[in-house]
Design a protein around this ligand. Structure first.
Ligand code: ZN
Length: 309
């Protein structure tokens, strides 16, 4: 009998669901917008339970064919206790025992974790990091997050909050960050600071990374300079990580990683030049393999690891 997992990826804009095959394929998908339900916790939990039941029913699966439900959320999650501590972009979620609430509603095992940790699990088990024992998965977007696989297991830290690479301080005098710190990595390589850099270099307001990608493809010298500077920023942030963890691989995902050809060669050069010799010689940089499905596929790995399959 096949053992499927329902993966749920809760985002600030959309909530995605997928039925995941034991080998990591997504065999059914659905999604709905977060906003209409984000005004109240119970509304969101009710629609989540309904959609989970719906995706199981639409594939005509029996409940016993579903191993469990894995849910990734964008915030601070207590994986062990199954409690959502805090979601910065969805108001009202503080210390919500989501695991126990949904288990009662669904009568199935439920596991909750941070969304970037699930992306990391997906890339490690089925994606760019297959077979790699030590890797860092970096996600670049509005926010900058990361997950750590150390000695062949997901590193969680004392409070399941490890991996906040976006909030590694690079400059004490740097701009204030919404985490309360100053000069964090995210304040240099998140979408907002990259768009600002692009607008400054092009001397045009409202520049974005997709626009800069199109210009760079046409050989625009200023756009190429933008990508070079962005890559130097990313590389500089990764040098300390390479020295600290000695990973074999850094996987880079998120929208900006679509610009691999303009970014990765410079990132590699910066690491080679600035990181310590042994660590720099061992580390590879690869693009993430899963896009939108990463969180859903990672939910499968989360559930399987928890159930010891
Ligand atoms: Zn910060």
């Amino acid at each position: 009998m096949k053992k499927y997992v329902v993966g749920v990826d809760v985002g600030g804009t959309n909530i995605k669901l997928g039925l995941v095959h034991p080998r990591g394929f997504v065999i059914a998908r659905s999604h709905f917008p977060t906003k209409p339900f984000s005004s109240s916790k119970s509304k969101l939990i009710t629609v989540l339970a309904k959609e989970i039941k719906k995706i199981i029913a639409c594939e005509k699966l029996e409940i016993r064919e579903v191993v469990g439900i894995g849910i990734g959320l964008p915030g601070l999650i207590d994986y062990g206790k199954g409690i959502v501590r805090f979601l910065p972009n969805i108001p009202g979620w503080k210390n919500v025992p989501l695991k126990s609430i949904l288990q009662k509603k669904l009568n199935m095992p439920v596991f909750v974790d941070n969304d970037v940790k699930l992306i990391t699990l997906a890339e490690w088990k089925f994606g760019a990091g297959r077979g790699v024992k030590n890797l860092i998965c970096l996600t670049l977007g509005t926010g900058v997050g990361s997950g750590l696989i150390l000695d062949n297991r997901l590193y969680r830290g004392a409070g399941n909050a490890a991996g906040e690479l976006g909030h590694m301080p690079l400059n004490e005098q740097g701009p204030a960050c919404n985490c309360g710190g100053f000069g964090c990595f995210e304040r240099y390589v998140g979408n907002k600071p990259l768009f600002a850099l692009a607008s400054r270099i092009m001397n045009t307001p409202d520049m974005t990374t997709p626009k800069m990608f199109a210009l760079a493809n046409q050989g625009n010298a200023k756009a190429l300079r933008f990508w070079h500077e962005a890559a130097i920023r990313i590389g500089n942030g990764l040098v300390g990580v390479v020295n600290l963890f000695n990973p074999q691989l850094i996987i880079i995902g998120g929208g900006v990683s679509n610009n691999e050809k303009f970014l990765f060669p410079t990132i590699r050069t910066v690491i080679k030049r600035r990181a310590m010799g042994l660590q720099a010689s061992m580390v590879k940089i690869k693009r993430a393999e899963f896009g939108d499905d990463a969180g859903i596929i990672g939910a499968q790995v989360l559930v399987y690891n928890a159930k010891n399959f």
